[in-house]
Design a binder for this molecule. Structure first.
Ligand code: MN
Length: 483
């Protein structure tokens, strides 16, 4: 949570930090670096709240080798500190402005100081991959003598390669009398590979961030490291891997940092299939085009339909929705999907469901119906929306404000619907203009989720607000119906 929050533009307030910390703890993460106590008063309040939340995980604060940093950490009731000493000559010269010996001495003194105050100390070498190996070992050895419980090797700017990592960790893990951690950055895309190599060569802990967040190209990602160990190395990490997708979405939402569609395991496309031939293979055996079952990390396979859709895509998508169609019905559904695809429309889960229900004659009235809505927007008002819904024949009236009219109306719908279905989350929102001009037809596509189940839905209107309302309502109906 500390290095992840160092992502440019990310700052988490106390309640958000608490939400993430609780989820990490539930998942079985053993140590949570909740922040850096020296940063600010607000940061200290957040760390303290996490430390006093009754979690099983050890709660840690980042500290420089400065006694006042340790004092601030102590004010936050943390169990441990990640005590970071610069160890490369470049870092020593530019940050400490003293020689190697001075750094060695200060690191030991601050370690001793923290131990005297009852903290668990993980002594870290910053920029260790560019440090003189002899000096690094000396500072680690001094740290152990001063009482450090653990050590850490930081590849601060991501310069390690797996082969070198293996060499370094074979040496360090056999010559040092304390467990050592690996802390990798992803500047060359090697963070996961280096982290796993270090663990295989004797590292006892790995520093990771959810979604690989962090400065520049980020840190080693939690989901990649955990799943590489679990799935590829058959190593039981003790982490509840079925929570991985949920926590990835949570962190993306709270930090506002989107996950790239092709990101390993948690990207939007990681378990999405479109091409006809692949879906044909999947239908015979899922393993054909899937490395592992998406349920393992708590997510679901998605079948994208469009003008490339084959009959097998339809069959598989129906199967995923728990619907059974005979050959003639499948053909009819297929034709209607093709028709939509030819019109340039994206066929969402909600569209397919509606088509299938109509063809299979199991169409049900939507549970949530829009009766009316009003928007006030302009340059001297806060965009405000009021909405009247008919939910299972009960009238619900709510209002919401937002950053703009679309945001306001969606906030109003969210409130109205939460009275009959809580925890529906708007994950993604896209607008496309289908034709040109100010009277263009706009298509709004949304992804909604509820308890890890995701649906996509769309609305197409000339009015962007109406299209947004339609898309969200379609998705909500699908989620509530599925329940
Ligand atoms: Mn770092």
């Amino acid at each position: 949570m500390r290095d992840g929050e160092q992502t440019p533009g990310v700052a988490l307030a106390k309640d958000k930090k608490l939400l993430i910390a609780r989820a990490l703890d539930e998942m079985g993460i053993s140590i949570i670096e909740a922040g850096s106590a020296i940063t600010s008063k607000g940061e200290r309040e957040s760390i303290k709240a996490v430390a006093n939340a009754g979690l099983d995980a050890e709660i840690c604060s980042y500290c420089r080798i400065v006694k006042s940093d340790v004092d601030r950490a102590l004010e936050c009731d943390v169990d441990s500190i990640h005590l970071v000493a610069p160890v490369s000559d470049l870092h020593i010269r530019t940050k400490i402005k003293k020689g190697r010996d001075a750094v060695r001495q200060i690191a030991s003194e601050v370690t001793e100081y923290a131990k005297d105050h009852g903290l668990i100390v993980e002594l870290s070498g910053e920029d260790a991959s560019r440090a003189d190996p002899g000096f690094l070992k000396a500072i680690y050895a001094d740290g152990i003598s001063a009482g450090a419980d653990r050590l850490c090797f930081c590849d601060t700017v991501g310069l390690l390669v797996p082969e070198r990592t293996t060499e370094i960790f074979r040496d360090l893990s056999s010559s040092l009398k304390a467990p050592i951690s690996i802390h990798c950055h992803n500047d060359f895309g090697f963070a996961t590979a280096n982290t796993v190599a270090a663990l295989a060569a004797g590292a006892k802990q790995a520093h990771v961030t959810v979604n690989g967040l962090g400065e520049r190209a980020g840190n080693a990602s939690l989901e990649e490291v955990v799943m590489s160990l679990e799935w590829l190395y058959k190593y039981d990490t003790g982490i509840k891997h079925e929570m991985i997708y949920r926590i990835s979405r949570l962190v993306s939402r709270l930090t506002g940092v989107p996950v790239s569609p092709n990101k390993a395991l948690v990207g939007g496309n990681a378990f999405t299939h479109e091409a006809g031939i692949h879906v044909h293979g999947l239908l015979a055996d899922k393993a054909t085009y899937e490395p592992m079952s998406p349920e393992y990390i708590g997510r679901q396979r998605q079948i994208v339909l469009g003008k490339h859709a084959g009959r097998s895509s339809i069959t598989l998508a129906l199967k995923e929705m728990g619907l059974v169609a005979d050959d003639a019905q499948t053909e009819e559904i297929f034709n209607r999907v093709k028709q939509m695809g030819d019109q340039g429309k994206h066929v969402t889960d909600a569209d397919l469901h509606t088509i299938a229900e109509t063809v299979l004659d199991i169409y049900k009235e939507p549970l949530v119906k829009l009766e009316e809505f009003t928007i006030v927007s302009g340059n001297r008002v806060t965009p405000t929306a009021s909405i009247k819904l008919n939910v299972k024949d009960k009238a619900i009236v709510q209002a919401g404000i937002g950053n703009g009219p679309v945001d306001a109306v969606i906030n109003a719908i969210r409130r109205a619907v939460s009275s009959c279905a809580e925890d529906i989350i708007l994950e993604e929102y896209h607008v496309d203009s289908i034709t040109g001009g100010t009277d263009a037809l706009v298509e709004v596509r949304v992804k909604l989720s509820k308890d890890g189940k995701e649906v996509t839905a769309s609305g197409a209107r000339t009015d962007i607000i109406m299209a947004s309302v339609e898309a969200v309502m379609n998705g909500m109906n699908r989620l509530i119906r599925a329940e």
